[in-house]
Design a protein around this ligand. Structure first.
Ligand SMILES: Cc1cc2nc3c(=O)[nH]c(=O)nc-3n(C[C@H](O)[C@H](O)[C@H](O)COP(=O)(O)O)c2cc1C
Length: 493
């Protein structure tokens, strides 16, 4: 089931008992943050604040702050389903002959359906343009102040639309927008982002970059905006794929861009290549305030919205937060794409505590000496995986999600001198421990089993394992003997 709009999604959540309407007065200054953080920590419901003093529209929070809601947003009951669809898409092959085509008819039909859904659909009008403001005044929007020392109110979950001036290819990214004044916002696209790259291209031509920002897109479009969609693939196409239904796009009113027709609020305007202004501090994903830094300025020249618009926000901070939950979902959904390039990867865990991009654990089917290092370097060269500062590689049978098992393998199987791979390169702009911004060290640890192939000089000891027949016998005994039955079934290895 595809949700055409945020409103449709909220209705579905309500019917499932997964939306809490907050009718008590809650201020958009800090108080919404406090309530939202409590909801996220409990894997609680989405929140709709209906009584925010001074606000002319309700504020939706924590809408995608739970794996079950993210899965639902992507039309499934669990995240395995979209991951599986991506896996089938990336492995799409022509059937081998007529017999092959008949044998795989259902797969072929599904693939054709998928391909049909990919192109967004152009429409002439949409609810996002029901109301046009005669004058831009951002103070009419219920923009949040999230943390006590934030430099200003901030639009925290906007889908920012730009385009490449050379190819005309549109791009979306979630980049926060801190309010400077009644019609200006800080455009916080970090240096590595495709939005920033588009900006550099417009600047090289000496032209203003047209920008639109969506506040309150349908949930699949929000997800496509934060997902590391490979360069050259449009996020609108990806959103359509996730929805399994074309995304409706309508021409923006005053800029040469297309915007999601079913969105709640659209800001239109431009970024001037010559202008920068200090943005921040802002309570960020790291759990720290990001330092004030110069960023381009988004001049908002036109605002449209639905008649009964809902404002969509989120709160960043030390995990667990909504964006950390979203990061985990990205890990699951994109694993098949990574495995397309690196089929030796069995599984991957980017733990929330590792701030999603700072720490990765990968299990591989190791085939030759130095294989773990080959995987590390390949990952460091793959899109936003370049930001991973610590990469731990373990053997295929290790459950990467079981951190006790991973620590056991690291402590036992890795040699700090021989198995450490230290490299330097780009690191995330938000990373705080690298002495120079955007550049720093990254560490890989090969915690796989070693053998003569690795040039390991000593015999690798045999791992203890119980005789399988004995385990079976004791299982049967436990099933028959109520006393021994108290020991329960076999613990996980
Ligand atoms: C809640 C949330 C807020 C984000 N804020 C920012 C931001 O302010 N600046 C930024 O560069 N990336 C931010 N991101 C990350 C980007 O949205 C993400 O990297 C996305 O893939 C866009 O990257 P791209 O422009 O390279 O495609 C945020 C992500 C989330 C989930």
């Amino acid at each position: 089931m595809a949700f055409r709009s945020l409103g449709e999604f909220l209705n579905e959540l309500e019917s499932r008992g997964d939306l809490l309407r907050v009718r008590s007065p809650v201020s958009r200054d800090l108080e919404i943050t406090e309530v939202t953080q409590r909801a996220v920590r409990k894997d609680g419901p989405a929140l709709l604040f209906e009584n925010v003093p001074g606000a002319t529209m309700p504020i939706a929070m924590n809408v995608l702050g739970s794996p079950r809601r993210i899965a639902l947003a992507l039309g499934a009951e669990s995240l395995d389903a979209p991951a599986e669809r991506i896996s089938r898409l990336v492995h799409l092959r022509p059937p081998s002959g007529v017999l092959g085509a008949i044998r795989d008819l259902s797969g072929t039909i599904e693939a054709l359906d998928t391909l049909r859904s990919l192109g967004p659909k152009r429409v002439r009008s949409g609810p996002c343009q029901e109301v046009e403001l005669d004058r831009v005044d951002l103070d009419r929007l219920p923009i949040l102040r999230c943390w006590p020392n934030d430099g200003g109110r901030t639009i925290t979950l906007p889908v920012v639309i730009t385009k490449d001036p050379e190819t005309g290819e549109p791009h979306t990214g979630i980049y926060r927008l801190q309010q400077y004044g009644p019609d200006t916002l800080g455009m916080h696209f970090q240096v590595h982002r495709i939005g920033a790259q588009n900006h550099r291209k417009w600047a090289a031509r000496g032209e203003r970059m047209p920008v639109a920002a969506v506040i309150g897109a349908d949930p699949a479009t929000v997800f496509a905006g934060l997902a590391p969609v490979p360069e050259g693939i449009s996020n609108f196409v990806f959103a359509s794929f996730l929805r399994n239904e074309p995304l409706e796009l309508v021409r923006a009113r005053t800029v040469d861009l297309e915007v999601p027709a079913q969105a709640e609020i659209i800001l239109e305007g431009y970024v001037d290549p010559s202008e920068r202004k200090i943005e921040g501090p802002f309570g960020d994903h790291t759990g720290y305030y990001s330092a004030p830094e110069p960023f381009p300025v988004f001049h908002v020249t036109h605002v449209t919205h639905r008649e009964r618009a809902v404002y969509l926000g989120t709160v960043t901070g030390k995990p667990p937060t909504e964006d950390a939950v979203l990061g985990k979902a990205v890990e699951r959904v994109f694993l098949p794409v990574i495995r397309l390039v690196l089929p030796e990867i069995v599984d991957m865990n980017l733990p929330m505590e590792g701030l999603f991009i700072n720490l990765g654990i990968v299990a591989i089917r190791k085939r030759y000496p130095g294989h773990a290092r080959k995987v590390m370097h390949a990952l460091w060269g793959l899109g936003q995986m370049m930001f991973t500062r610590y990469l731990i590689v373990v053997d295929a049978e290790v459950d990467v999600h079981n951190l006790r098992e991973v620590l056991y393998r690291v402590a036992l199987q890795a040699d700090p001198e021989r198995d450490l791979e230290l490299v330097h390169g780009p690191v995330d702009q938000l990373s705080i421990s690298n002495p120079v911004p955007n550049f720093g060290a990254k560490m890989g640890l090969d915690a796989t089993r070693k053998g003569p192939d690795d040039g390991f000089p000593r015999p690798w000891p045999e791992e203890i394992a119980m005789d399988a027949a004995v385990t079976r016998r004791i299982d049967e005994l436990i099933a028959r003997d109520p006393g021994l039955g108290r020991l329960g079934s076999r613990p996980a290895p």
